[in-house]
Design a protein around this ligand. Structure first.
Ligand code: COA
Length: 382
């Protein structure tokens, strides 16, 4: 039997605060006109000081689990992509695992810059297809505002905060993730990086004084690399999936710059209507950009059952990746009375909180978990 890997749940979370281009006109020597014409960005989101990458990730993950109809304890693996982790260690995936109460899940972080979500999806698909895992939560979450230098006009106007998540599930149905292409060129690492804070340049008064804990980027070089990498990775993934460009119904590219997206689209011979773009609303959410865009494409009815979709990204590393997939049957969130959703969410969160308390008190954790079919609190083994 061939196992395929289908996306059966999706969710996003965008912080509430909106930063317009006018906001940056007051901070640095820039203009709304420059930002719009060079990037296509009109606004982006910024996390509340009490929010952080794991809290954005958890909110997106709850929504994805809700759509998939799964409880956290049915998740086998959490793969979280980020370059803005809560801590250097432990990984943010572990913080998320605990917050969700996904206590059967293995978890790890993946750092591949803005390419991370597509890398993570490809890895998750292969782990499912090998038979090792059944339900994998793949998350892309970023709090870029914490590593942006708000005095550097080259970078601060470009990025935003947010998170997206999908549930990838083993299935006997054909389709799902068809092919993936992952690539890297570490020689270009210096073009886009956060120089200090790791073991090479641990935090010192000097690293702080030279603002080395913030994003540094050579925009022009990254721009050229991005168009070539997206074009090449897209072609390879489409070919590997046994498809032609004309078979692709929608491309969801990394949302960094509308000019990069349209140039890559032109190279591929794709008309603009088959390219999904939402960079104007969120800026570059790094690894969060593709899962957020995927959610919005679904919400807007841009993906139908059996459509061929291409996800393609580039980013720090340098890295690039593309995934060609055939969407399954589920394209909308099932209509459910609001109160049923509220009850389920409340129950899941309550269960996660109780599990956490029980665990800390050394109790047998399964005993606290309400059965997902609504049978109340099960006392496993008692
Ligand atoms: N406002 C006004 N001027 C700005 C500016 C801003 N926010 N940011 C940079 N500039 C200036 C630069 O200082 C430079 O000035 P100079 O020529 O006097 O030195 C000039 O604009 C650069 O102009 P240009 O080379 O024409 O810009 P561009 O068309 O290449 O656009 C980027 C610049 C950064 C938008 C573009 O290169 C880009 O998007 N690169 C890729 C970035 C990216 O995707 N990063 C994330 C990877 S995941």
């Amino acid at each position: 039997m061939t196992i395929s890997a289908h996306i059966v749940g999706w969710g996003k979370y965008l912080p509430k605060e909106v930063l317009t281009n006018e906001y940056f006109e007051r901070l640095v020597d820039t203009s709304d006109d420059w930002i719009r014409s060079r990037t296509g960005i009109l606004e982006r989101r910024r996390a509340h000081p009490k929010e952080h990458t794991s809290s954005l990730a958890v909110k997106a993950a709850w929504s994805a689990l809700e759509v998939a109809g799964l409880s956290p304890r049915q998740v086998d693996l959490i793969l979280l992509s980020t370059i803005t982790p809560d801590y250097i260690f432990p990984g943010t995936a572990y913080v998320v695992q605990d917050a969700l109460g996904a206590f059967h899940a293995a978890a790890f972080d993946l750092n591949a810059g803005c390419t991370g979500f597509v890398y993570a999806l490809a890895v998750a698909a292969d782990m499912i297809k090998s038979g090792s895992y059944r339900n994998v939560l793949v998350i892309g979450a970023e709090t870029m505002s914490r590593i942006l230098d708000y005095s550097d006009r080259n970078t601060c106007v470009l990025f935003g905060d947010g998170a997206g998540a999908v549930v990838l599930q083993a299935s006997e149905q054909p389709g799902g993730i068809l092919a993936s292409v992952l690539g890297a060129d570490g020689s270009g690492g210096g073009l886009l990086q956060q120089p200090a804070g790791g073991t090479r340049h641990p935090a010192t008064p000097e690293t702080i004084e030279h603002r080395l804990h913030f994003v540094k980027m050579n925009g022009n070089e990254v721009y050229k690399f991005a168009i070539n990498a997206m074009t090449k990775a897209s072609k390879e993934a489409i070919q590997k999936a046994g498809l032609a460009i004309d078979d692709i119904d929608l491309v969801i590219p990394h949302q960094a710059n509308v000019r990069i997206i349209h140039s890559a689209g032109k190279n591929l011979g794709l008309p603009p209507e088959r390219l999904y773009v939402n960079v104007e609303r969120y800026g570059n959410i790094s690894t969060g950009s593709i899962p957020v865009a995927l959610c919005e494409a679904l919400e807007e009815g841009r993906i139908q059952a059996n459509d061929h979709v291409l996800l393609v990204a580039f980013g720090a590393g340098l890295s690039w990746a593309a995934v060609a997939l055939q969407w399954g049957d589920k394209t909308t969130v099932a209509e459910r009375p609001w109160w049923k959703t509220a009850v389920r969410t409340l129950r899941n969160r309550q269960a996660a909180a109780m599990q956490s308390v029980a665990k800390r008190a050394g109790r047998k954790i399964d005993a606290w978990w309400p059965h997902r079919n609504g049978n109340g609190v099960e006392k496993n083994g008692e």
